[in-house]
Design a protein around this ligand. Structure first.
Ligand code: SF4
Length: 420
């Protein structure tokens, strides 16, 4: 009987995910594409985006060398409170992907309540957190509470592990590896009674760990057997400086292949969507790095939004780092009405920069970039090719002082290769 219920809930989950994906992401993407050609088709009202990244806190007990969010600060007093999330929720429709990150999100004792609230009110069939695993009790207790609130809805938790003990601790601080692994093993116990809980081990490849990451991915599969493995490439402005970004792409690719092989050795084999997605991201990141030209059309600002700890809304994490760009706006200035802010003139100004600002030219942002973009345009299976007809959406020309992305492309750049 429980197997039947579990199967039915899986079918319901896939059906609800597909429905949200089509109505929440594919249709807006198609509408924007059509509006590029026929501007009169452009609607003036934009609904809740398909994917929302909530950076619930900027606080963290670690000082990781590759962290690109080190410039941000927040305190419990300045962060959006649970009550404010309740008010915010009134102006959101259903959405599909909810990423709850930080900082270290489990530093908030009310993280579980925020996630339970948003999953109850907005569906969010794909909800996930990331953690450095240092607060074992908070991670285990709050994850259990989230699962108890709806035990048939999938929930994901990603643990950051950047290499074997000495390498991980060099990047993240002494004793970090043991703490993370201990917490991960505790959370794995929850999987026995919660088959919809997925555990991911996420590794950021940088110049410190690049030589050991491929082997480490094999170790992770063998010793920790998480549900999935995720390999990211260091980006933006790492705390320890630009030297962290001197990564041999071959080593990055080898790490991706090791993670993919491990995932495909599982019972679901070749057809795991997470493995297909990881492979597509790796291909796009590699192509972008080798050619110096972004390989996908970005749908951040249409299909994706980022809400930071103090309630500022952004199209992604990368654009706000550019001088003078900042955020779309502060939710507190709009009475926590996301819909009003998302449809404000300032939001359209920020959307106009997506795909046109120089920083977009070689973007490899795996969250708001790839996650909101790769599933929708036909570039899912092959790299984005700029056609003379396909202008960046929303605007006929880039705002003054902004260089259109086409001018930054290097058409004669080397073609990338991908092993396997
Ligand atoms: S291309 Fe990258 S930097 Fe530009 S809007 Fe998209 S995610 Fe942000």
């Amino acid at each position: 009987m429980s197997t039947l219920i579990s199967s039915l809930s899986k079918i319901a989950h896939v059906a609800s995910w597909s429905t949200f994906a089509v109505f929440g992401g594919l249709l807006p993407a198609l509408r924007e594409r059509a509006a590029d050609q026929f501007p009169t088709l452009r609607s003036t009202h934009r609904s809740t985006p398909w994917a929302i990244s909530f950076l619930v806190t900027a606080r963290c007990m670690l000082k990781c060398q590759h962290c690109f969010y080190h410039y941000a600060t927040s305190t419990p007093e300045t962060e959006l409170s649970l009550d404010e999330y309740r008010t915010l929720s009134r102006s959101l429709n259903k959405f599909t992907v909810g990423l709850f990150c930080g900082g270290e999100p489990y530093m908030r004792p009310d993280l579980g309540e925020i996630i339970i609230l948003l999953r109850k009110n907005h569906g969010v069939p794909l909800a996930a957190t990331t953690t450095n695993g240092h607060l074992t009790a908070s991670v285990v207790d709050q994850t259990q509470a989230i699962l108890n609130a709806d035990r048939y809805k999938p929930f994901g938790i990603g643990f950051s592990l950047d290499g074997p003990q000495e390498v991980h601790d060099l990047i993240r601080g002494r004793g970090s590896f043991d703490r993370t692994v201990r917490t991960l093993r505790e959370v794995k116990r929850l999987q026995r009674h919660n088959p919809h809980l997925s555990i991911t081990v996420t590794t950021v490849v940088n110049s410190i760990n690049q030589h050991v990451v491929a082997e480490f991915e094999q170790w992770v599969a063998r010793e920790l057997s998480p549900t999935s493995q995720c390999v990211l490439l260091v980006r933006q402005n790492p705390r320890a400086g630009e030297s962290l970004k001197k990564v041999d792409l071959t080593l990055y690719q080898q790490a991706q292949q090791a993670a993919l092989q491990a995932m495909r050795a599982s019972p679901q084999g070749r057809f795991r969507p997470d493995a297909l997605y990881l492979e597509a991201v790796a291909r796009h990141v590699t192509e972008t790095r080798l050619s110096g030209s972004r390989s996908f059309h970005c749908w951040a600002g249409i299909n994706g939004a980022l809400i930071d700890a103090t309630g500022n809304v952004h199209v992604c994490e990368v654009l706000p780092e550019q001088p003078g760009i900042g955020q779309i706006g502060a939710l507190r200035d709009y009475n926590l009405n996301f819909d009003a802010l998302w449809n404000s003139p300032r939001a359209d100004e920020m959307r106009a920069l997506v795909n046109t600002h120089p920083v977009c030219a070689d973007c490899t942002h795996e969250t708001m970039g790839h996650a909101t973009s790769l599933p929708f345009p036909p570039t899912w299976l092959w790299p984005f090719k700029a056609s003379p007809k396909s202008k960046p959406h929303h605007i006929k020309s880039a705002p003054e002082g902004v260089i259109p992305v086409e001018r930054l492309r290097r058409p004669d750049g080397p073609r990338p290769t991908f092993p396997g």
